[in-house]
Write a protein that binds this ligand. Structure first.
Ligand code: ADP
Length: 493
């Protein structure tokens, strides 16, 4: 059986870790309970992992707290070297980590290895940034004083991450946190904990001291509540649904923790009459169908100007028809399964709602004949703003096309949402590209490009899509406190 063969290989490479990591020790749940991790392409059990809760989380917090003093007191060069070694190990194990991602998450192996490169790039980037945590000297307003600003690590960080990028969502939090001198308790998604555990194993091999990086998983609300209740946890960083993000923000108020939230999107992808058709098709295809539509920056609404609508709908549908669906380990597959049955049911209900309100299925529109959680890559035309498809994130391989007449109307449709993460526009008019970019209430804008994420640029949303930025030099600020120091009695003559 394929899953068994792969897990045996990963096990012998030491990368199939199936326990939590607390204070450098691989640990079972204290009551021995476990949960199954499934391969979404086949339904097979990949592994059992501990179902942890509040007790284990409190111990992980204590370990992170104990490790904080020594880790934050290392020189920036020492922390940087540890991160660099971790990066080298992630890259030298990219095949195995990619296999783990495909096994537990379903994305095609090539895309999974791409995620390893992307995920590791945050560790490399922040290994470098560790050396650039500059303070400031402020010109004093009184002659006998000197005014300084120091930057210091926030403290223990609770990092809660989703299943759609089992590695990258962790590294882009843990990279800057560790670089700044923070220690972390990671809670990966229960659906995809194995990649996180393998990355943690490599962190230990890289010499990152016990307690600096801890991993717990299991009962999400219990773990979340323990992180929120602890006054030792000074920051919560979260990527996931808007509903859970709001709960965490509310819960963080009790101990006045800092929060960074990267929540849901409802990305518009505006295609103007003056766009290059091939560029628009290629860009929107990538923006929509990456990870089978399961990313928060996936184009959720293709808003197409009336003059190019028919031509675009035809060319786009043709391109979508060519997307090969299947098990992520099969050659040529570019669309894997959805993460689980409830994800498919959500997609089905959104599509059904659109059809019942007059939308037209141009391609797909149903479960794939492969069964399991495979869904046909789908294009739906004549979608209107009252349909759920255009109001909420579908998080699946369904591209809704909406029609517009004027630039003002396109901007108004695009901004008519509580979300504000990514937006895309396709136009060859340079003035328009600036005007529309400035008018879009979004944290990221791709102009004539559908794949825009990179470790060197700030990623994050406005409105209810979140707070804070990840990646880039700005990503460091999320893990740093400013300390103003006034040196008095300088005896200046
Ligand atoms: P998704 O719909 O993408 O799974 P979620 O917000 O449910 O998004 O999950 C993102 C992460 O948040 C996962 O690690 C999940 O286990 C965790 N999570 C879910 N509910 C809670 C909670 N009440 N407290 C803390 N973490 C939670």
């Amino acid at each position: 059986m394929k899953t068994e063969g792969l897990t045996a290989r990963l096990n012998s490479a030491g990368l199939l870790r199936t326990q939590g990591l607390i204070g450098g020790k691989w640990t079972d749940a204290y009551d021995g309970k476990t949960i199954q991790v499934l391969n979404p392409a086949t339904g097979e059990v990949v592994a059992d992992v501990p179902c942890m809760g509040g007790k284990e989380t409190n111990d992980a917090i204590s370990s992170a707290h104990d490790a904080f003093y020594s880790w934050s007191n290392l020189t920036c060069t020492e922390r940087s070297k540890h991160l660099r070694t971790w990066y080298n190990l992630l890259i030298s194990h990219k095949e195995e980590l990619g296999q783990l991602i495909t096994l537990e998450q379903g994305k095609p192996l090539k895309e999974a290895i791409g995620e390893v490169n992307y995920g590791a790039s945050f560790i490399e980037f922040f290994a470098e940034e560790a050396k650039r945590v500059y303070g400031d000297i402020i010109p004093a307003t009184l002659g006998d004083r000197r005014l300084l600003v120091l930057k210091q690590p926030v403290g223990v960080v609770g990092a809660i991450t989703p299943w759609n990028f089992p590695l990258a969502m962790i590294t882009r939090k843990v990279g800057p946190a560790l670089a700044c001198g923070c220690t972390v308790v990671i809670k990966p998604s229960e659906l995809t904990p194995l990649t996180a555990l393998a990355a943690a194993e490599l962190a230990l091999q890289a010499g990152i001291p016990p307690g600096v990086l801890n991993v717990v998983m299991g009962n999400a609300p219990d773990i979340g509540n323990a992180l929120l209740a602890s006054s030792q946890v000074r920051k919560i960083t979260f990527t996931g649904s808007t509903a859970v993000g709001k709960k965490l923000m509310e819960g963080a108020a009790g101990t006045v923790k800092r929060v960074s939230l990267e929540l849901g999107g409802n990305a518009p992808c505006i295609i103007f009459d003056d766009a290059d058709l091939d560029v628009a098709v290629k860009g929107s295809l990538a923006a929509k169908f990456r990870n089978s539509g399961q990313t928060c920056v996936c184009a959720n609404r293709l808003i197409v100007q009336e003059g190019i609508y028919d031509k675009f709908a035809e060319a786009f549908s043709k391109a979508v028809q060519n997307l090969q669906v299947g098990d992520g380990f099969s050659e040529g597959v570019v669309q894997g399964p959805l993460i689980n049955e409830s994800a498919v049911q959500k997609v089905e209900s959104f599509v059904q709602d659109a059809i019942s309100k007059g939308a037209k299925v141009l391609l797909g529109g149903k479960r794939h004949s492969l069964g399991m959680t495979f869904y046909e890559p789908t294009v739906i035309g004549d979608v209107k703003s009252e349909m759920i498809l255009s109001r909420e994130e579908v998080f699946g391989p369904v591209a809704p096309l909406m029609r517009f007449k004027t630039e003002e109307e396109a901007i108004s449709i695009a901004n008519n949402t509580n979300a504000g993460l990514a937006a895309y526009i396709f136009t060859n008019n340079i003035q328009r590209s600036w005007r529309v970019t400035e008018a879009l209430e979004y944290g990221l804008v791709g102009v004539n490009e559908g794949l825009i994420s990179t470790e060197v640029a700030p990623f994050g949303g406005v409105k209810q899509s979140g707070i804070g930025r990840e990646g880039s030099k700005y990503g460091m600020d999320e893990y740093l406190e400013l300390k103003y120091v006034c040196l008095g009695d300088m005896n200046r003559k």
